[in-house]
Ligand binder design. Structure first.
Ligand code: PLP
Length: 300
């Protein structure tokens, strides 16, 4: 990967090559960090903008509150330095990774007393999955039980479940995994939310065992405003996925990624008419091509 020349760390812009962490870092040992994944895009007017930056920082603060980690900056300060960091790295279209974690000076499970680390790294990142429909397999690993961890918080330690699922998928020649919840219903991908379309209805798993994504929310709003389709949040079985007309993933990294097959079973007639429309509109919205969504963009 091609990390930008500068990162922002604990209040300062520093050269990436000079930014190191201690071997006895609490988050490194126990997963006690929170993070975000944000994208910036080149806009249709030749500029650059970050998509839903404030919403991502709001979720970062929410995730931090679950770990009782107090971020010593405001959302506005972090938004400002994020934009400055992209400018410093000359990165108009890129991926932004803010992290807050319990750092050094404390071992043992209680993180209180560890030195806090807050940093932002950026790098160019093209397609995460694919522009074309992908093959997905149902992971043998179930999503973390909502009574084991708080699924709607983006905590670094939660991601081992996603890593295992993705490793399994790739080992089995799938592009990505689909993860079921503890009751055997569909939850989400390792880093993506799932939508299905059936008889013109748009459905997505209800919150509980998922990270309710910002892209998921964007797609729900776009589907309503642009196509007049309301999204139904409900329990979705894997049989409903197999029988769907169209299926797609959403996520900041994955954007809208259409699913061709699940466990080798082809989905619908493969035309993906509604999903393709949503994908096209989403790609326009993130690039400032639609005025009514300009509030979602922070222009550099
Ligand atoms: C587990 C999980 N689900 C869903 C998503 C999609 O969320 P968003 O659209 O906010 O990127 C992500 C990515 O952050 C994720 O890690």
């Amino acid at each position: 990967m091609d990390l930008g020349a500068y990162v922002w760390r604990n209040g300062k812009f520093v050269k990436s090559e000079d930014a190191h962490i201690s071997l006895v870092n609490h988050a490194l040992h126990y997963g006690s960090g929170v993070f975000e994944g944000v994208r910036s895009y080149q806009t249709v007017d030749g500029g650059s903008a970050i998509f839903r930056l404030k919403d991502h920082y709001e979720r970062l603060f929410y995730s931090a509150s679950i770990l009782e980690l107090e971020i010593p900056y405001t959302i506005e300060e972090l938004m400002e330095v994020t934009m400055e960091l992209l400018r410093k790295n000359n990165l108009s279209a890129g991926y932004i990774r803010p992290v807050a974690m319990f750092g050094e000076n404390k071992m043992g499970l209680n993180p209180k007393g560890a030195v806090l680390e807050v940093f932002i790294a950026v790098w160019p990142w093209g397609k995460y999955l694919s522009d074309k429909p992908i093959r997905v397999g149902i992971s043998p690993w179930i999503r973390i039980h909502p009574k084991s961890l708080q699924c709607d918080a983006k905590v670094t330690g939660h991601y081992v479940n996603s890593i295992l699922s993705n490793l399994w998928a790739v080992r089995n020649n799938y592009k990505e995994a689909l993860i079921l919840d503890f009751e055997g219903n569909v939850a989400e991908g390792p880093g993506e939310n799932l939508f299905i379309i059936k008889d013109g209805k748009l459905l997505t798993p209800k919150p509980g065992s998922i990270l309710p994504g910002i892209t998921r929310n964007s797609i729900m709003q776009i589907a309503k405003k642009e196509l007049g389709i309301e999204t139904i949040e409900k329990t979705i079985t894997k049989e409903e996925v197999f029988a769907a007309d169209e299926v797609f993933f959403t996520g900041t990294a994955a954007e809208v990624t259409i699913i061709e097959s699940v466990d080798g079973k082809k989905i619908g007639d493969q035309k993906n008419e509604v999903s393709e429309k949503l994908k096209t509109i989403y790609d326009e919205v993130v690039r400032g091509g639609k005025d009514q969504y300009k509030d979602w963009l922070s222009y550099l």
